[in-house]
Design a protein around this ligand. Structure first.
Ligand SMILES: Cc1cc2nc3c(=O)[nH]c(=O)nc-3n(C[C@H](O)[C@H](O)[C@H](O)COP(=O)(O)OP(=O)(O)OC[C@H]3O[C@@H](n4cnc5c(N)ncnc54)[C@H](O)[C@@H]3O)c2cc1C
Length: 363
């Protein structure tokens, strides 16, 4: 049996483009060749329309569910709407972010489906089974679990764990508006209709189907909570989950002032600065720069670990097999077991030399 695959998105959620990329990467892994994934975008107009167009860049089919009550991502409401629109035995994907963590468990109960939270890897195991890699015990162990998904599955995926599938849809062409396919009606929140002229960058492949009327035919779900407003958390200066080259600093640096050496190196390398957890605990760096199981998951091309021992909690945040270089004073440091290249030495001596080499190389 082929399971239909759905990715759930809230237009009012944060980091929407990253979430679309994350879920399209995860969807392409689980959908296989015989089926394509559908994105379902919940929200209020006009934001839901731009979110649908963004989703079209990576999903060939997008279901739009618009209503003013969906202005904020209310998991309780969306759980009931999902029940109305999802077919039996669906594989349902969402990000392991506050919205996904709120929505996922209850939705799995509603659908009678398996719940697989915070997945780093997903694999199909033939018909009716799926395996996933998840962190358990606060990130101390990576567990590969195998689940019977005959009745469907609700899966939350770790931000940064999946990247854009290849080949991407060409979104560079400007067209006159979204292609709205099924004409289920605008629904109460509708604004983007077939034939409407909405200028913007829209892919050619994605098809938007408006499911608003169909989903709200039974009325607005009665829910217990009322979201009054959403206050965004600070994002930090740099989003290291998108960085191509990272210079990561660990406790091998003895003072916050010494980190200036790493910043200089990062600058000549064109890299962003990241760190291990002790530097965040010491308040030398902001939390948004922390790589690891309780920090960010990154997938750069190059990762330079400076004075980092290589704990599994730190390594758990490095995905996509980057070229990993390490500098550590201890030749037996675990980081050298996973590094492609290593330098045994003091960061205070090696880092300025590396900076000089890069400067000369550039000159
Ligand atoms: C539930 C939980 C979640 C966690 N989540 C994370 C997480 O998300 N991210 C994370 O990073 N950690 C996390 N940790 C902490 C983790 O277990 C390690 O303690 C941490 O990663 C160690 O950071 P470090 O490598 O910088 O420091 P250390 O382990 O102290 O290593 C410092 C390294 O620097 C080397 N060194 C010392 N002096 C120099 C020098 N002058 N020049 C060169 N090298 C030198 C040492 O040989 C050593 O290898 C978590 C822990 C728990 C329990």
């Amino acid at each position: 049996m082929t399971h239909p695959v759905f990715a759930i998105l809230s237009a009012g959620g944060s980091s929407l483009e990253d979430t679309i990329e994350l879920l399209s990467g995860a969807a392409s892994t689980v959908a296989g060749e015989e089926t394509s994934a559908t994105a379902v975008v919940f929200g209020a107009a006009p934001r839901v329309d731009s979110a649908c167009r963004a989703a079209c860049a990576m999903f060939s089919r997008v279901r739009r569910v618009a209503h003013p009550v969906l202005e904020h991502p209310d998991a309780e409401m969306i759980r009931e709407l999902c029940r109305r629109l999802l077919p039996p035995a669906a594989i349902v994907l969402m990000a392991h972010d506050p919205f996904g963590m709120d929505l996922g468990p209850g939705l799995a109960v509603h659908l009678g489906a398996v719940y697989l939270p915070d997945c780093l890897e997903l694999d199909r195991e033939g018909t009716g089974r799926m395996s996933a890699v998840r962190q358990v015990f606060g990130g101390q162990v990576n567990a590969r679990v195998s689940a019977d998904v005959t009745s469907g599955a609700v899966i939350t995926v770790r931000p940064g764990a999946f990247t854009r599938p290849e080949p991407p849809v060409d979104v560079s062409r400007e067209v006159d508006g979204p292609s709205v396919a099924s004409g289920e009606g605008a629904g109460e929140g509708g604004s983007a209709q077939a034939g409407e002229k909405t200028r913007g960058v829209v892919p050619t492949a994605g098809v938007i189907e408006d499911w608003s009327s169909k989903v709200f035919r039974e009325g607005v779900p009665g829910v217990g909570r009322r979201i009054l407003s959403i206050r965004e958390a600070g994002k930090g200066e740099v989003d290291i989950t998108r960085s191509d080259v990272l210079v990561a600093c660990g406790r091998g640096f003895e003072s916050a002032d010494d980190l200036e050496l790493a910043r200089e190196l990062a600058e000549v390398m064109g890299a962003d600065i990241a760190c291990s957890r002790p530097l965040v605990d010491a308040r030398w760096m902001e939390k948004t720069r922390q790589v690891g199981s309780s920090g960010q998951t990154v997938s750069p091309r190059v990762y330079l670990a400076l004075g980092i021992s290589g704990s599994f909690q730190h390594l758990a945040g490095i995905k996509g097999k980057p070229f990993l270089a390490a500098v550590n004073i201890n030749r037996r440091a675990p980081i050298f077991q996973v590094a492609d290249v290593g330098i045994v030495g003091d960061v205070l001596e090696v880092v300025p030399e590396l900076t000089e080499c890069f400067r000369e190389g550039k000159g």
